[in-house]
Ligand binder design. Sequence first.
Ligand code: NAG
Ligand code: NAG
Ligand code: NAG
Ligand code: NAG
Ligand code: NAG
Ligand code: NAG
Ligand code: NAG
Ligand code: NAG
Length: 502
Amino acid sequence: MASGLHGPRCAALLVLILATFHHADCAAKPNIVFILADDLGFHDVGYHGSRIKTPHLDQLSENGVRLENYYVQPMCSPTRCQLMSGRYQIHNGIQHSLFGDSQRTGLPLDSPTLADKLRESGYSTHLVGKWHLGFYKKEYMPNSRGFDSSFGFLTGHEGHYDHKRDYEHKAKYLDLRDNGRPATGQDGHHSTYMYTQRAVDLIHTHNKSKPLFLYMAYQAPHNPLEVPHSFEKPYKDIKNKDRRRYAGLVSMLDQSVANITQTLKDSGLWDNTLLVFSTDNGGTIYYGGNNYPLRGWKFSLWEGGIRGIGFVSGGDNITLQRNVVHRGLVHVSDWFPTLLSVAGGNLNGTKPLDGVNQWRSISLAAPPPRKWLLHNIDPLTKKKGKKLFPHTFDTRVRAAIRFGDYKLITGDPGNGSWIPPPEMNSVRAEVDNESSKKNLWLFNVTNDPEEKHDLSSKRPGLVKDILDLLAQVNSTAVPAYFPPKDPEANPKLHGGVWGPWV
Ligand SMILES: *[C@@H]1O[C@H](CO)[C@@H](O)[C@H](O)[C@H]1NC(C)=O
Ligand SMILES: *[C@@H]1O[C@H](CO)[C@@H](O)[C@H](O)[C@H]1NC(C)=O
Ligand SMILES: *[C@@H]1O[C@H](CO)[C@@H](O)[C@H](O)[C@H]1NC(C)=O
Ligand SMILES: *[C@@H]1O[C@H](CO)[C@@H](O)[C@H](O)[C@H]1NC(C)=O
Ligand SMILES: *[C@@H]1O[C@H](CO)[C@@H](O)[C@H](O)[C@H]1NC(C)=O
Ligand SMILES: *[C@@H]1O[C@H](CO)[C@@H](O)[C@H](O)[C@H]1NC(C)=O
Ligand SMILES: *[C@@H]1O[C@H](CO)[C@@H](O)[C@H](O)[C@H]1NC(C)=O
Ligand SMILES: *[C@@H]1O[C@H](CO)[C@@H](O)[C@H](O)[C@H]1NC(C)=O
């Protein structure tokens, strides 16, 4: 692959250093901090005009590149899989849903993770927060997937204060581990404080002879909507309690990001740190999140489920455009090759990637490399309606694909209502009362991100072409793997703690 950010300089330096020392890595490799928010809605950052204030995210992104044509997957595990593997859901067998707590499944072991590859390229690698990439066997746990250290939880969500996850809506069990071992004694310590504190400690003890990769996978602002009163209080004008608490969780996350960057500055690491911020999927309107003016929310293939908040920022030594809104198509699977190129790493040993290297486009405004993007093909969701075009992709199947300005959706994409946030009381919600009767849509999402003008009946030739592309992409899919729940997963059988059971 192309040489990384500091490629030429790095190589020259390396020759120089190798002449004098035995083991020397290139000191110029940037530190990489990847902050992943959980269920943060498209509407819910200050710079998108939200009532929710995020001054630090606004400022950091202003001092970097805001990605405004950026896509993630509609839910947690699939987005995390793509981030860690650089491969689409259809190539990881996770096209249907997320990894259930009790399923014998996880991110396939047959391709290295981003952490594996960064470690191989000399990084010290750390996960703090949510994993959600499978844990039924030890091999699927973070410390077996390229992380030198890990602190956090394994399932999809849990109490922010008690760090417990229920089993089948019944008894609750601890889900918090420190390098694989159950971590007790944190009861009452809010997850957002706890993870930020761990990040601060990791930065303080980081040995600068290696570059740092810190993956901060917060649970905030995901439900349960538990937040210290001090963060909720500035939003007392918001009458809706869920929205108010969610806003508090977002503010707390914003402050955490500020604390992490400040700690990097105090430690002299910031100048050479690249920071990426991303959400994992759209907000969920049932737990305070919002994606207005986009349609739909978490779990759906409407823009509200998949168009993400994302930006790239960093210290002065990082070659990066500043104060720029980037409109090239960028996808969460792209971080894998992009960050490896920045790290001067290689793609040796990976299965074929779906992600593309966006670094030159993001950092230097080179032409955007991506022309199309598969959002997903889910063969297991119930088929809907009639097959509309013979001899090509079956329009009854839930799928979505982006092709240039166009987005084509088939099957049942989920509820596509336009729901403004509760505090925008002058704007009326528009309930999607039409899509239950259809199974095919075509939008120009560049001029119609709200997906209000379906062009599918006007452009049958184009629809056929994009369906043919979908059929071709589908022919590369592995079977969707969605095994039944295994009652042996019950933490009651394993010392009252969630963890590997096979
Ligand atoms: C940092 O790592 C280098 C290389 O492994 C080692 O020689 C050095 O002692 C370490 N420094 C500290 C403070 O641990
Ligand atoms: C950020 O750091 C300040 C100063 O140490 C501390 O008071 C605050 O609680 C921290 N916030 C978070 C969210 O960790
Ligand atoms: C940043 O770049 C300057 C000038 O090239 C260099 O002196 C300094 O060591 C670099 N700082 C870091 C943290 O890499
Ligand atoms: C790629 O990996 C293989 C097997 O691990 C190794 O033999 C080879 O040297 C590697 N090549 C590069 C360029 O790192
Ligand atoms: C996708 O490919 C699979 C396997 O080849 C096939 O069974 C399925 O019918 C295809 N789906 C659609 C919607 O064409
Ligand atoms: C879609 O969601 C809206 C908002 O929650 C709801 O009013 C509507 O009934 C839902 N439609 C369907 C078909 O479930
Ligand atoms: C469907 O929704 C539109 C827009 O919200 C509304 O104008 C129309 O009256 C609704 N139709 C029905 C049958 O509810
Ligand atoms: C989509 O809409 C934009 C904005 O109006 C327009 O510039 C572009 O040409 C349209 N794309 C196509 C392929 O028609």
